[in-house]
Design a protein around this ligand. Structure first.
Ligand code: GLN
Length: 535
């Protein structure tokens, strides 16, 4: 039977619950346990797919096509495993399931209530990943902060589950904050005490406290926290601000988080953690031999989380190239033909980001043109590929005002057009072309050399697509399609001839980059940018 670890948060949001959960999972995995992580989000959207990135950061897409919370990206990057729809559940989905059952008559005659119907559905979802006996340990991160009204049903479900499974099979790690008051020159434990009391009110005694802090937590403070929060002294763990999120597993190892969790779950330690790949990544990441600057041209740049996986993929690819990749956010709305050089001429490479809608499109088109004409390595992802195609149509094929039907439904030259399967769809949620699809690469292309393979699988999230009616004209003029979906012939990647590195992909390679397996396209792009800088 799988054992369960719950990670809850107190005092404030943004303490990095996802990173702590992923770090614990990494350490347990490194000790030879089969581990997965799931996240429960207390909002009413069915999934974050319909949320603006400003609201919720990037929408992470899984292999099986679920639109999920960006914490799943951390889980995959840390654990080097794939997650699925079952790894991210929202309150919206829980209610939807219960209400659908009610309409079907499954509860006929009964009053449907938060307790027991919603809490039962939460418990069912928590245990879903345990069914196939695939995992020894399942870590469940509860979104939100203890004390929030919307978190209550989750905490009640957790309380019940703990009672049902026994506290050896189900433990609670509570993440809190120990603020430093500079006026008093002191670390303060009171917010943590209050937060644990709040948790106790729901009937849950945490087993382990992970305390975020800017400064080291002394033994006497640990003792105080242990005494007032009723946890073992050794189970009060400090999580000091780290230089990089990838240090956190090592910091948690020093604090014995994994060993304490195993002891509480009554599991034997099996072996010392095998972290050689992780350490070698950290070593390279922290000791780069060169440095490059990549411009990330997008419209959600005010919020780094909107492009989370892209930033992380550059960290992995940078380490693999022993090169520091400085990513400079550039607002697409700011780029015009007149000032393009001012914004872009100092860059060693340019990535045009995924996106939706009209805003910022012109700047992306000018950026693609600048990169193409000036031999700057260009990497277009999803909308970034579509922009490269539109720009090429306008400026090389001379198809004036060519566009995507997303921005210009009546364009005379729809070089990017809505996929046929999308035309009848009216619902917005979960209806794009989502998840992993195979792609066949053409020999002797940049992309095929980067992957060193002819068949790849990558994840998608889009409604529009290269219009194959124009393919011949593009290829004649020097932009070739280098990857195709074998079943539908959809163009999945394009590249420009006689350019050092100009690749556009319809899929999202950033979603598959991990610490232990940096994505080959990012690795190759960084290599090309390094070469450009060297010239
Ligand atoms: N808006 C474009 C489409 O739907 C691109 C989507 C994306 O960049 N993820 O096809």
């Amino acid at each position: 039977m799988a054992k369960y670890v719950f990670v809850t948060g107190g005092v404030t949001s943004s303490l990095g619950k996802g990173i702590i959960a992923a770090s614990l999972a990494k350490l347990l995995q490194a000790r030879g346990f089969r581990v997965t992580i799931q996240k429960f989000d207390p909002y009413l959207n069915i999934d974050p797919g319909t949320l603006n990135p400003y609201e919720h950061g990037e929408c992470f897409v899984t292999e099986d096509g679920a639109e999920t919370d960006l914490d799943l990206g951390h889980y995959e990057r840390f654990l080097n495993i794939s997650t699925t729809q079952a790894n991210n559940v929202t309150t919206g989905r829980i209610y939807q399931t219960v209400i659908n059952k009610e309409r079907k008559g499954d509860y006929l005659g009964k009053t449907v209530q938060v307790v027991p119907h919603i809490t039962n559905e939460i418990k069912r979802r928590v245990q879903l990943l345990g069914i196939g006996n695939e995992y020894d340990i399942i870590i469940t991160e509860l979104g939100g902060t203890v004390g929030d009204i919307e978190s209550l049903p989750y905490l009640e479900a957790l309380r019940q589950l703990r009672w049902e499974l026994g506290s050896d099979n189900c433990i609670v790690v509570h993440l809190t904050l120990i603020p430093y008051l500079s006026a008093a020159k002191e670390l303060k434990t009171k917010p943590t005490q209050h937060s644990v009391k709040e948790l106790l009110k729901t009937g849950i005694q945490p087993d382990i406290l992970v305390c975020r802090s800017e400064r080291p937590i002394t033994q006497s403070i640990r003792r105080k926290i242990a005494l007032f929060c009723n946890v073992e002294m050794g189970a009060v763990i400090q999580a000091i601000d780290a230089e990089t999120i990838y240090d956190v597993p090592m910091l948690m190892l020093e604090e014995n988080l994994d060993r304490i969790a195993l002891a509480k779950l009554r599991l034997l330690e099996k072996r010392d953690p095998e972290l050689s790949k992780w350490k070698s990544f950290l070593q390279k990441h922290k000791n780069p031999k060169s440095e490059i600057t990549i411009g990330l041209v997008g419209k959600y740049n005010e919020l780094q989380d909107a492009y989370k996986s892209i930033y992380e993929a550059f960290i992995h690819a940078g380490a693999s190239n022993e090169c520091k990749v400085k990513v400079e956010p550039i607002h697409s709305e700011a780029v015009t033909p007149e000032n393009a050089a001012e914004h872009l001429s100092h860059l060693d490479g340019i990535l045009v980001a995924p996106g939706f809608g009209e805003r910022g499109i012109d700047g992306k088109l000018h950026t693609a043109q600048y990169a193409r004409e000036n031999g700057v390595p260009y990497f277009g992802i999803c909308l970034g590929m579509q922009c490269a195609v539109i720009e090429y149509a306008r400026n090389v094929l001379k198809l004036d005002d060519a566009h995507s039907t997303e921005m210009a439904p009546d364009t005379q030259f729809p070089v990017i057009a809505m996929m046929d399967e999308q035309k009848e769809i009216t619902n917005m949620g979960g209806t794009m072309r989502l998840g992993s699809y195979p792609c066949t690469l053409k020999r002797k292309t940049v992309i095929q050399q980067a992957y060193r393979s002819l068949k790849i699988n990558e994840r998608h999230r889009h409604r529009y697509e290269f219009n194959n009616q124009y393919l011949e004209r593009f290829e004649k003029a020097g932009m070739r399609a280098s990857g195709f979906n074998p079943a539908t012939n959809l163009v999945e990647s394009v590249e420009v001839k006689d350019h050092p590195w100009f690749v556009g992909v319809q899929f999202h390679p950033e979603l598959k980059s991990t610490v232990e397996e940096p994505h080959p396209l990012f690795v190759d792009f960084v290599k090309a940018a390094k070469a450009k800088k060297g010239k």
